[in-house]
Write a protein of this length. Structure first.
Length: 343
C-alpha cells in the first residue's frame, strides 16, 4: 500500500515551489535559499549543479526533512505526489523516508555508524520498516549488497565501515537507500573523493537502479561530465538562487547565463591535448552577501548598471530553457560574448 495517491495524472513526482531557507529568525537571520523551484518526474534524472555553497545540499536536506536545528523554511512548498510535505506531521514525514524517498549522502564515512557492521546497518532498515526477523533482515541485507556489486557480500556484511574502501562504503550507502525501493532517490555528490574508475562504476550503478525501478532522481553534483552522461535536465544554482535550467546539451553548447557558460567552459576537452582551463574570478557569493541586483554581477564581465541594482527574474529565454540574466538573449545570439573568462 502506498502512502499517497497523486492528485492528477500530470502531477510531478516532486515539486519544489519557491523554496526559501534561512538560518535563525528575526531581523538577524541569514538567508540560505531564495525561491528555488523545480520539478522531478518519475523516471527522470534532474541534476542540481553549482559551486560549493550554492545551496545544492541544503535543498536536498529540505526535501528529505532533515535540516539542521536553527535552519528554517521561510517560504515555499515542497510537494511529493501532490501532497504538501511541509504540512505533514513529523511521524508521517518520517514514515516517507525509506519507503517513498531516500538519500545517498556524499560523505559515507560520517554517514555510516562506525560501531556497527555494514550488514547490521542495512538489515536494520528491513527490521524497522518491514518488521522482519533478524535472520530474514540479514539475508536481505546480504542479497542487497550483492545487488549493488559488493564482492563476497556474505563476508563483507560482517565488516565495519573502516574496513571497506571508499567505493565499497558508497555501495553500502546506495544499498541502504534503495532497500525499500523508494520512488524518489536523492544522490548528494555520490562520487565525492572516489577515483575516476570507481566514480564511473558508482554512477553506472545508480543510473541502472534508477532506470530499473523508474525512480525519479535528484543528482547533486558539480561535475558536468557526470551530468552530460546521466541527466535529463539541469538546474544551476548560484548564491541560493536558480540562475538557469535546461537540458545538459543546451547548457553545455549554448548556456544563457554567464555563470552557466563559465562552468561549462571549465570542462576539459578530450580533443585538446594541451589546454589551460579558464578560472572564474572572485569567490562564490553567499545569499547573505547578495545585493539587490544579480548575485553574480561582481564576478561577471558582462555586467552593466542594471545588473547591480535590479535582480533579473527567472524567465523562459528559449524553448525549454529558463535563465535569470538581463542579457540572456544577447548571450544566446552571440555565444562569443559569453566566453568571457580567459585561462
Amino acid at each position: 500500500m502506498t502512502l499517497f495517491q497523486p492528485n492528477s495524472a500530470f502531477e510531478p513526482l516532486l515539486r519544489v515551489d519557491r523554496l526559501s531557507l534561512a538560518l535563525g529568525s528575526g531581523p538577524s537571520r541569514t538567508p540560505l535559499l531564495d525561491e528555488v523551484s523545480f520539478d522531478i518526474q518519475s523516471g527522470e534524472v534532474l541534476a542540481v549543479m553549482g559551486e560549493s555553497g550554492a545551496g545544492k545540499s541544503m535543498t536536498a536536506l529540505a526535501i528529505m526533512g532533515i535540516l539542521s536545528p536553527g535552519i528554517r523554511i521561510t517560504n515555499g512548498r515542497i510537494s511529493y505526489r501532490g501532497e504538501d510535505l511541509l504540512n505533514l506531521s513529523p511521524d508521517r514525514r518520517r514514515g516517507l523516508r525509506g519507503p517513498e524517498m531516500a538519500m545517498v549522502h556524499q560523505d559515507a564515512p560520517t554517514a555510516l555508524n562506525p560501531v556497527y557492521s555494514v550488514g547490521w546497518q542495512i538489515a536494520e532498515v528491513f527490521k524497522v520498516h518491514k518488521g522482519m526477523s533478524s535472520a530474514d533482515a540479514w539475508r536481505n541485507a546480504v542479497a542487497l549488497m550483492m545487488r549493488v556489486g559488493l564482492p563476497n557480500a556474505a563476508a563483507r556484511a560482517k565488516d565495519y565501515p573502516h574496513q571497506l574502501s571508499g567505493g565499497m562504503r558508497q555501495r553500502v550507502m546506495i544499498a541502504m537507500a534503495i532497500a525499500l525501493e523508494p520512488r524518489l532517490l536523492i544522490a548528494d555528490e555520490p562520487t565525492t573523493a572516489l577515483d575516476v574508475t570507481v566514480q564511473s562504476q558508482i554512477m553506472q550503478l545508480l543510473v541502472a537502479l534508477q532506470e530499473e525501478k523508474r525512480m525519479g532522481m535528484m543528482l547533486v553534483t558539480h561535475d558536468f561530465g557526470v551530468v552530460a552522461e546521466n541527466a535529463d535536465r539541469v538546474v544551476i544554482l548560484y548564491a541560493g538562487r536558480v540562475v538557469e535550467s535546461g537540458t545538459p546539451q543546451s547548457i553545455l553548447s549554448a548556456a544563457a547565463h554567464p555563470y552557466s557558460r563559465a562552468l561549462a567552459a571549465c570542462v576539459p576537452r578530450m580533443d585538446e591535448a594541451a589546454q589551460r582551463l579558464p578560472v572564474i574570478p572572485g569567490k562564490p557569493a553567499s545569499l547573505a552577501d547578495a545585493t539587490a541586483g544579480c548575485a553574480f554581477a561582481p564576478r561577471c564581465p558582462l555586467r552593466q548598471q542594471i545588473c547591480l541594482h535590479e535582480r533579473p527574474p527567472l524567465r523562459e529565454v528559449a524553448p525549454g530553457k529558463m535563465a535569470a540574466c538581463h542579457f540572456s538573449e544577447e548571450v544566446l545570439a552571440d555565444g562569443s560574448r559569453a566566453v568571457v573568462f580567459k585561462p
